[in-house]
Ligand binder design. Structure first.
Ligand SMILES: *[C@@H]1O[C@H](CO)[C@@H](O)[C@H](O)[C@H]1NC(C)=O
Ligand SMILES: *[C@@H]1O[C@H](CO)[C@@H](O)[C@H](O)[C@H]1NC(C)=O
Ligand SMILES: *[C@@H]1O[C@H](CO)[C@@H](O)[C@H](O)[C@H]1NC(C)=O
Ligand SMILES: *[C@@H]1O[C@H](CO)[C@@H](O)[C@H](O)[C@H]1NC(C)=O
Ligand SMILES: *[C@@H]1O[C@H](CO)[C@@H](O)[C@H](O)[C@H]1NC(C)=O
Ligand SMILES: *[C@@H]1O[C@H](CO)[C@@H](O)[C@H](O)[C@H]1NC(C)=O
Ligand SMILES: *[C@@H]1O[C@H](CO)[C@@H](O)[C@H](O)[C@H]1NC(C)=O
Ligand SMILES: *[C@@H]1O[C@H](CO)[C@@H](O)[C@H](O)[C@H]1NC(C)=O
Length: 368
């Protein structure tokens, strides 16, 4: 039932169409002036499946909260499908009069069985989507576009969520294309195009929040990165925790890199503001990470960079069939790999030669 509309945000949307009650915001007097209306509360109270319809038009919104729990499955349908966060204009205003919060275009909290489909999110203020405390979510056929220099505009930021599939999504933004942080579990990312942006990232983690949960069971497959600062990365802070945080079971497979600065990156010295004590090491224990069939080009001299923690070295990292050349026209030989405190093994084609070897610490110098 979703496919016939230009855009749909289907929450609990596995209903039988025949019984679906339609709520049109225009019938409730919604208009371009931002006046409030009761469409949502009536739809949410309805004992049965509902469809909240926003007809085509331009609507100026302030922050709007759609609260549950609701009595039935709700399809939230925006005809036309574009969300314009007007982030660039807001940032201009904030230059002189610093703004505290740059809001996310859509914050999806505590949703079970949600499907977000056919949406174009443009120029978000903060991130495009946040997913928190949810389960069994699908994001598909989306484009999330922000200027590369608008910082903190994550594409999809996931935490405390078990079961999320992201597929056929194009992301060009000023921060992570996808960020998986505390408690992101069972995430499957396929056919995602990322760039510009900071990559598909696990983390940052291990910055000192004692309530932080592991990130586990992640699959990234069939994705393309073009001109992003990172490709597939795991980033953790050089910060001692009382008990190590364990993150494990990540698979990265069939990935194309085009002119990516750090195509394959484990950075356990993550400190973007350069204000950390780098004599400390990260307490995030990374294990069981597999990289397979990753090819393309690097914009720097380093292809694979595993900069792991001295305190808790990376375990069971496997690399198989890696073929990365320089995007600067310098060819294959000029690239190197960097390994620090990583344990694991390599198989198949390794261009440039892998520095991960079985069951021992390996260190390879950086190219000068
Ligand atoms: C910010 O302030 C400067 C002068 O302090 C002014 O020239 C500029 O136009 C202001 N920018 C915005 C976006 O208000
Ligand atoms: C997950 O959500 C889909 C609809 O998006 C639904 O068909 C499926 O039954 C859900 N799975 C579980 C385990 O709830
Ligand atoms: C994600 O996709 C996989 C493979 O197609 C499927 O087994 C799984 O149920 C999907 N999960 C969700 C949350 O839709
Ligand atoms: C590893 O992750 C995959 C994909 O999410 C999952 O199917 C598998 O059960 C996980 N393995 C363990 C040991 O948790
Ligand atoms: C990856 O892409 C290939 C070729 O387009 C396709 O056959 C395969 O099903 C895709 N796999 C996933 C997990 O999307
Ligand atoms: C990668 O990005 C460059 C620069 O924006 C563009 O010219 C090129 O067509 C892109 N390549 C692909 C495969 O999208
Ligand atoms: C390690 O990763 C592989 C591939 O995702 C998975 O099949 C296996 O269950 C994982 N093992 C552990 C102990 O997490
Ligand atoms: C690895 O981390 C160290 C800090 O411990 C840093 O000095 C070095 O530049 C990093 N190496 C690479 C290749 O990123």
């Amino acid at each position: 039932m979703c496919a016939k509309y230009l855009f749909m945000l289907c929450l609990l949307a596995y209903s039988a169409e025949a019984q679906t009650k339609i709520f049109n915001v225009k019938d409730y007097g919604a208009s371009a002036d931002g006046s409030t209306d009761n469409t949502w509360s009536d739809a949410c109270k309805w004992k049965g499946d509902t469809n909240v319809v926003i007809p085509e038009g331009t609507y100026m919104l302030r922050s709007v909260i759609f609260n549950g729990p609701c009595n039935g499955a709700i399809t939230f349908q925006i005809n036309g499908g574009t969300l314009d966060g007007q982030g660039t204009a807001t940032r201009q205003k904030c230059l002189n009069n610093s703004c505290q919060i740059l809001f996310t275009s859509m914050d999806l909290d505590f949703i079970t069985n949600g499907r977000i489909e056919n949406l174009h999110s443009f120029d978000s203020k903060g991130g495009h989507f946040i997913v928190f405390g949810s389960a069994n979510m699908t994001f598909t056929k989306l484009s999330l576009i922000s200027p590369a220099n608008n910082r903190n505009t994550d594409g999809i930021k996931i935490s405390h969520t078990n079961g999320i599939n992201i597929t056929s999504v194009t992301i060009a933004t000023g921060d992570d294309c996808v960020a998986m942080i505390s408690g992101a579990k069972n995430v499957r990312i396929t056919d995602v195009f990322c760039g510009p942006g900071h990559g598909i990232s696990v983390g940052s983690l291990g910055g000192g929040n004692p309530l932080e949960l592991p990130v586990e069971d992640i699959v990234v497959m069939n994705c393309t990165f073009n001109g992003s600062s990172n490709g597939v990365q795991i980033k953790t802070w050089p910060f001692p925790l009382k008990t190590p945080l364990k993150v494990s079971n990540f698979t990265y497979e069939d990935i194309v890199m085009i002119n990516v600065q750090n195509p394959i990156f484990i950075n356990q010295q993550y400190c973007p503001e350069h204000n950390c004590d780098l004599s400390k090491s990260s307490s995030v224990q990374i294990s069981n990470v597999s990289y397979k069939n990753i090819r393309g080009s690097s914009a720097t001299d380093v292809a694979v960079n595993f900069n792991c923690s001295k305190e808790v070295p990376c375990q069971d990292v496997t690399v198989e069939d890696i073929d990365l050349m320089s995007s600067g026209g310098k060819g294959r030989q000029k690239l190197s790999n960097f390994c620090f405190n990583v344990k694991g093994s390599s198989f198949g084609k390794q261009i440039p030669p892998s520095c991960v070897a079985s069951n021992r610490f390996v260190s390879a110098p950086l190219p000068n």
